[in-house]
Write a protein that binds this ligand. Structure first.
Ligand SMILES: Nc1ncnc2c1ncn2[C@@H]1O[C@H](COP(=O)(O)OP(=O)(O)OP(=O)(O)O)[C@@H](O)[C@H]1O
Length: 613
């Protein structure tokens, strides 16, 4: 047997166990009370059916023999039966309501936990998993899981207990008729097993295909402009159609098999009903095995409730299997290892001197000022094992230095900056910040010590003011105005309809690329950090705006250590140190004049003899 087939059920039951543990640990009392109500509801249904026997044999039949029928005892019996059913109705109402509420609460809790966990995952996780797929765990998987908790599980358990009580009831009424019912049912079970097996495998595929459709949709929406410009709409449509068709096929199959179950089981129930009536009637007439009219009536009622729970159980099992596949994907995300962070050094603002930051070593209680010295010593790195991207990188960035990284596309410039902010961990060598190994610095402290301006500005939905304040939530309004002024962003902001209170979309689509860039510089400016990383910040703007952005950046970088990755070499001519990167190695370094004089790679790039990309 295929190994994956062998392990699948074990995985499923492990997921179910984990899920139940999670539910019980979170909402123990509500869950247990609901279970009790489910049992009471099932017991009352069967008790009601059994009471029918007494109603007929003890009250109605004797009355048919009385010349003046006495209705008193019959009315009393009907009240008892009504009370039993009423208890069942109340219990059903209780468990459906509480399980629905519990489902809603769990849904919120799971989504919150997933979101918090996702924020702690390393960037490399998102290199390997597309956003659409992660998003579908948030949406579809959580939805189906909640449907299972609030509907399928209670109905499944209700049907299961119903079945147990029905069988007990049937056995007490007539073991012989029960045996006949089992034989008829045994045959139909094999059909059901075949159908559920088929549909559950298609349901699992359906979930996967749904992830693909979402992933593709998300990717295309993100790149809609590119798709339109290249007139790729027909191709994209065809590809989407293909994925969607795949989804349609598997969900058609899954639901096709699932929907066959109900009619089949319903008709098995009808067949059983007729058989029992026939055989049971013959027994009563011939006085076989002491069966009474009431017992037959009660048995017929129970046999009706015998086939229904089995049909419901098998149908609910489908939803449960589907939801468990979703739960498995949710747990997979939850189990992803968070970014490692053993750093004991944190960062604080000096109370005395504004804009002075301090390193605070929680291990020995020592405090030292942040200066902004970054040193790479023989650093190697690869995104995937066995494929080294950076080779023996040595950089000595003294406090306040502007270091420029240049080189052809794919040379490894961004990768070097990814080491400093610890989006990825170096594979070999040493990387220090003010002499402290970056791994000893608490990650959020390390990132607090730096600001980043990227080509992709990533603004967030909110006002201009809120977007700048993103760089430092504690900044006063005046500090924000000042930052905007230094970034040369104040002029265009004032021209906006509501100035600093103008609302912008998440993607800043109402603003030009240069304006977005100026905002992200203002955002970095307000964070007032000792270290700055600028990655291709001016690559997509016109020369006039670039001058403005450049002036803003010069203000931003003054007095701070900075790493600037630029495609336009004119923007880094004033750098203290220019590092030329090629295939992950530093092949040249020096200032602009030195490198021009050298007539090497930089000279070639600067004079346009060699293209940057
Ligand atoms: N997340 C990743 N996973 C695997 N490989 C990656 C990843 N990011 C970058 N690379 C690879 O690492 C190498 C260096 O990429 P990097 O982005 O650092 O280049 P770059 O010099 O910044 O290029 P550009 O100027 O085009 O931005 C490239 O070969 C690239 O394919």
């Amino acid at each position: 047997m295929d190994a994956s087939v062998k392990t699948a059920p074990r995985k499923k039951s492990a997921t179910l166990r984990r899920l139940l543990k999670f539910i019980i640990s979170t909402y123990k009392v509500t869950f247990l009370l609901s279970m009790l109500a489910i049992i009471i509801a099932a017991a009352s249904t069967v008790a009601g059916s059994l009471f029918l026997q007494r109603l007929i044999d003890d009250y109605i039949v004797p009355m048919t023999k009385q010349s003046v029928p006495n209705f008193g005892p019959l009315l009393q019996a009907i009240v008892v039966m009504g009370t039993i059913y009423l208890i069942g109705v109340i219990a059903t109402f209780f468990f459906t309501r509480t399980m629905a509420v519990l489902g809603q609460r769990l849904q919120k809790k799971i989504r919150d936990e997933m979101f918090i966990h996702m924020e702690k995952l390393p960037i490399s996780y998102f290199d390997q998993n597309d956003y659409g797929d992660v998003m579908s765990r948030f949406t579809n998987d959580v939805d189906t899981l909640m449907q299972m908790i609030s509907q399928s599980i209670p109905q499944f358990l209700n049907s299961l207990f119903n079945l147990v009580f029905v069988v007990i009831g049937m056995l007490t009424l007539s073991p012989l008729l029960t045996l006949i019912s089992f034989v008829v049912f045994g045959l139909s079970i094999s059909v059901v097993k075949f159908l559920t097996g088929k549909s559950s495998s298609y349901f699992k595929q359906q979930q996967n295909k749904m992830g693909h459709v979402n992933g593709y949709g998300e990717e295309i929406l993100n790149g809609l402009k590119v798709v339109k410009v290249f007139s790729h709409e027909p191709m994209v449509k065809a590809q989407f159609n293909l994925l969607n068709q795949d989804l349609k096929t598997v969900s058609g199959n899954a639901n096709g098999f699932a929907t066959m179950l109900f009619p089949i089981m319903g008709n098995v129930g009808n067949l059983l009903y007729v058989l029992i009536a026939l055989i049971g009637g013959t027994f009563v007439v011939n006085g076989v095995s002491g069966l009474t009219l009431g017992a037959i009536a009660a048995f017929l009622q129970l046999s009706r409730s015998f086939s229904m729970p089995i049909a419901q159980i098998s149908q609910q099992l489908n939803t449960i299997v589907l939801a468990l596949a979703g739960a498995q994907r949710i747990f997979q995300l939850q189990d992803e290892v968070e970014e490692e962070d053993h750093g004991q050094v944190t960062i604080t603002h000096d109370d005395q001197v504004k804009s002075q930051w301090l390193w605070h070593n929680t291990a020995d209680g020592s405090t030292t000022p942040v200066r902004g010295k970054i040193v790479f010593e023989h650093v190697d790195f690869g995104y995937v094992p066995g494929k080294t991207i950076l080779h023996d990188i040595n950089i000595d960035a003294k406090p306040g230095m502007k270091i420029a990284l240049v080189g052809q596309t794919g040379a490894g410039k961004t990768t070097i900056s990814n080491m400093i902010n610890r989006f990825y961990e170096i594979s070999a060598g040493k990387l220090t910040f003010d002499g402290i190994d970056v791994r000893d610095i608490n990650k959020s402290a390390l990132r607090q010590a730096m600001a980043i301006v990227l080509q992709e500005t990533n603004l967030f939905s909110g006002t201009v003011m809120e977007n700048i304040r993103f760089g430092n939530p504690e900044a006063t309004d005046n500090e924000i105005f000042h930052a905007a002024k230094l970034a040369h962003a104040d002029q265009f902001i004032k021209d906006l309809e509501n100035g600093f209170n103008t609302r912008i979309d998440g993607d800043g689509s109402d603003l030009s690329q240069g304006q977005k860039q100026l905002l992200s510089i203002a955002r970095a400016m307000v964070s007032d950090t000792p270290l700055m990383i600028l990655d291709e910040a001016t690559s997509s703007i016109d020369t006039k705006t670039e001058r403005l952005v450049q002036a803003g950046m010069d203000n931003l970088l003054a007095g701070r250590t900075s790493f600037v990755i630029a495609h336009r070499l004119s923007t880094i001519a004033n750098a203290d140190l220019i590092l030329v990167i090629d295939h992950g190695r530093i092949i040249e370094q020096g200032n602009h004049e030195e490198l021009i004089e050298k007539h090497g790679e930089y000279y070639q790039l600067y004079t346009g003899k060699k293209e940057l990309d």
